[in-house]
Design a protein around this ligand. Structure first.
Ligand code: TYD
Ligand code: MG
Length: 448
């Protein structure tokens, strides 16, 4: 018997009100340790083994290990050329972001090639059908007989079904709605999510069936239930976007079969998600040249994306109360740091001012190369001088006020040229002059 924190996944032998690892209150849940996934001791037998060379994919005649396309280039890019046999993909995101829609679209394409089992624990099959109908524009589909649905949310029953029938893809929507009879607790509790997750993973590995699992996220943005789910699956995808914006970004946080950092961009339409082929200019909105706005270039995987950063700096009305630093689209600690660097090293004193920063278009940027654009926007707001719209910023700002050239600068230069910008401000890099665009190297934040 042990206790697991539903917020951070830490394990304890004794229960307490507060998790001593992440500091959350009331998150420790009792978890039963099962010795094997079948719940009983299995007799000892000699483990299977074989030489590594036997497992060479390229030489093996079966093309089992090759990548299977999802039918959507944007999703394939995030997964790494598609998914492979036996891969377990966890798709998480806030409620209503479009996880079920995306998976249904994938299933509708996959049905032409193979048989799919869709475990609908969140919705009734009738609701599922109405979405199917909507995505199909009311037309009856000829390949729907491969689309098999079950309402059963008991994992053992689903596994028994998989013993009897052959499926080529399994979708579990969602892991919080299924439960196993071998564990105590309601569906969605830490022990149920852990156990159900590992049972589905085991079936994926032993039978070679790819499994897509939907995971709900809690208010903190973590996958609800234990982090351990992230450890056992092969790929963790995160779908983001907000209600007021039609764009949805699928990002990989972990990927055993491809690179992370790649993004796939979709647009939510009235009849489903549509791929956005070239997202580089998607997140630029305002045409006006008012002060407090700067264009930044960031690398998202192998792709360059231009974003507009807006800043508003206002003098504080009174000296009491906390200073406000509001960051939308970048992390708040990053904004605090950039404000401090600007105050001390950039000649822009912000100690008596409130600062608000927003990345237009709903994109969440973790890439530090946006720093220079954030600083430029803040300074532009303070001085009330607008920045020309044909200028792009790219660079990470360090604590001493230095601007570092970042990896990927060659692509930034060529992509900026292609997008029609005239001037690129970057940090210290080895890159030389480039025809067609003015490349300005900035070494210190004070020269901004
Ligand atoms: P859904 O896939 O149910 O979200 P999740 O599974 O992540 O909770 O998506 C629901 C939202 O998507 C809902 O607000 C309606 C919208 N939507 C469209 O705009 N167009 C569509 O074609 C579909 C199916 C949904
Ligand atoms: Mg859903």
């Amino acid at each position: 018997m042990k206790y697991v924190c539903s917020s951070c996944g830490s394990e304890f032998l004794k229960w307490s009100g507060k998790c001593s690892s992440c500091g959350e209150w009331g998150t420790l849940e009792e978890v039963e340790e099962t010795l094997s996934s079948s719940g009983k001791h299995e007799p000892v037998k000699v483990a299977n083994y074989g030489e590594l060379a036997k497992y060479n994919i390229k030489s093996s005649s079966k093309k089992d290990e090759s990548h299977i396309s999802t039918g959507y280039g944007e999703l394939d890019r995030v997964l790494g050329k598609g998914f492979v046999h036996g891969e377990v993909v966890l798709l998480s995101g806030e409620p209503g972001v479009g996880k079920s829609t995306l998976l249904m679209q994938v299933v509708m394409k996959f049905c032409k090639k193979g048989r799919v089992l869709y475990v609908c624990g969140e919705e009734s099959p009738a609701q599922l059908y109405s979405r199917f109908d909507r995505l199909n524009n009311g037309k009856d589909s000829k390949y729907s007989s491969n689309f098999v649905v079950t309402e059963d949310t008991v994992v053992e029953n689903i596994l028994a079904l998989l013993e009897n029938e052959k499926f080529d893809l399994i979708v579990v929507d969602s892991i919080q709605s299924v439960s196993s009879t071998m564990s105590k607790g309601y569906a969605g509790s830490v022990s149920q999510v852990r156990l159900s997750g590992s049972l589905f993973t085991r079936i994926a590995k032993t039978k070679g069936i790819p499994v897509f699992i939907v995971g709900q996220i809690n208010k903190g943005g973590d996958i609800a239930g234990p982090k351990v789910l992230e450890h056992i699956v092969d790929c963790v995808l995160y779908m983001e976007g907000d209600q007021y914006n039609q764009y949805r970004i699928v990002r990989s946080m972990k990927n055993r079969f491809g690179s992370t950092n790649e993004i796939g961009v979709f647009e939510m339409r009235s009849n489903g998600l549509e791929e956005v082929g070239n997202p580089s200019l998607l997140f630029l909105e305002s045409e006006s040249d008012s002060s407090g706005s700067a264009i930044g270039a960031i690398m998202q995987g192998s792709r360059v994306v231009f974003v507009e950063v807006q800043a508003l700096v206002v003098a504080r009305e009174s000296e009491v109360g906390p200073m406000r630093r509001v960051a939308n689209g970048i992390k708040k600690p990053r904004l605090d740091m950039l404000c401090a660097v600007l105050s001390r090293k950039g000649g822009v004193f912000l100690g008596d001012k409130d600062v608000f920063v927003n990345v237009v278009g709903g994109l969440n940027v973790n890439d530090p190369s946006i720093d220079l654009a954030v600083c430029a926007a803040i300074k532009s707001s303070v001085k009330d001088v607008s920045i020309p719209k044909n200028k792009v910023f790219f660079g990470e700002v360090g604590l001493t006020g230095e601007i570092r050239g970042m990896w990927g600068v060659e692509s930034i230069v060529s992509e900026s040229k292609r997008a029609g910008y005239d001037e690129l401000v970057i940090g210290r890099t080895k890159i030389g002059e480039s025809a067609g665009i003015k490349v300005k190297k900035m070494i210190k934040i004070s020269s901004l």
